[in-house]
Design a protein around this ligand. Structure first.
Ligand SMILES: [Zn+2]
Length: 209
C-alpha cells in the first residue's frame, strides 16, 4: 500500500514527485502514437521509467499486460486502428537474443501518422516471457534501435549491462524519428528522475536543497 506521503501514480515521496513536471514537447511529437505494454510488477515500482514517457507524450497509452486479456485487447486494437503496429525492441548485447533484434523496417522513418509503436515496459526476463506468451506480438513488425550512448539507468541491482531502460529506448526512437530536441528534453527529465529516485531510496532530501 502506498503511504499517504507517497504519490499514488509514481510511488515517489510526495516532495520528490515529478508527475506534473514533464516537459512540453514540440508539436512534431503529437502524431507519435505509443503503446507501453507494461508488466504488472512494473506498475508499483518507483524505479519504473515507462511512466516518464507516458507523462511526456500525448498519444502514449499504458496497457497492463495480462496474458489472455492482451490478445483480446490487441485484436480490438488492430480491428479499430488504421495504424500499423511496430514493436520496438532495444538492441541486446547478448547475441543469442537475435530473435529479438530482427528489423524489417525501412532505414528512414515512415510517416508517423501511419504507425503505432509498441514498447514492452518490463525487465529483460519479463519481456522475453511476455513475447513468448503473446502470439500476436511475434507476428508484429519489429524495429531495433542501436543505442547512441550507454544506459544511465542504475536504480536496480542485477540489471543487464548495456540494456536501455524504457524511457531511454523511447528517446532513441525520437532521435531516429529526427526529433532530437524533444529527446533531449525527455533525457533531462529522466536525469531529474534519477536524482529524485536516489533521494527517495536514501530517504534524504535532494542534494543542494
Ligand atoms: Zn508522482
Amino acid at each position: 500500500m502506498p503511504s499517504p506521503l507517497t504519490c499514488a501514480r509514481c510511488h515517489l515521496r510526495q516532495d520528490l514527485c515529478l508527475c506534473e513536471q514533464a516537459p512540453s514537447l514540440s508539436g512534431d511529437c503529437e502524431p507519435l502514437s505509443l503503446i507501453l505494454l507494461t508488466h504488472s510488477l512494473e506498475i508499483e515500482k518507483h524505479t519504473n521509467t515507462g511512466r516518464l514517457l507516458e507523462a511526456c507524450l500525448s498519444e502514449c497509452c499504458l496497457w497492463l499486460w495480462q496474458r489472455t486479456e492482451f490478445e483480446r485487447q490487441w485484436a480490438e486494437f488492430t480491428r479499430s486502428s488504421s495504424r500499423v503496429p511496430v514493436l520496438l525492441f532495444p538492441e541486446s548485447n547478448s547475441r543469442s537474443e537475435n530473435a529479438l533484434t530482427v528489423s524489417n523496417m525501412p532505414q528512414s522513418p515512415p510517416p508517423l501518422e501511419q504507425i503505432t509503436f509498441v514498447l514492452i515496459d518490463a525487465t529483460w526476463q519479463q519481456a522475453r516471457k511476455m513475447l513468448r506468451q503473446s502470439p500476436s506480438l511475434r507476428d508484429c513488425q519489429r524495429l531495433s534501435l542501436q543505442s547512441s550512448a550507454p544506459s544511465r539507468y542504475h536504480l536496480r541491482k542485477h540489471q543487464q549491462q548495456g540494456n536501455l531502460s524504457t524511457v531511454e529506448t523511447g528517446c532513441e526512437l525520437l532521435k531516429w524519428l529526427g526529433l532530437e530536441r524533444d529527446a533531449e528534453l525527455i533525457e533531462r527529465y529522466f536525469g531529474r528522475f534519477l536524482q529524485h529516485s536516489e533521494a527517495n531510496r536514501s530517504g534524504y532530501d535532494l542534494k543542494g536543497n
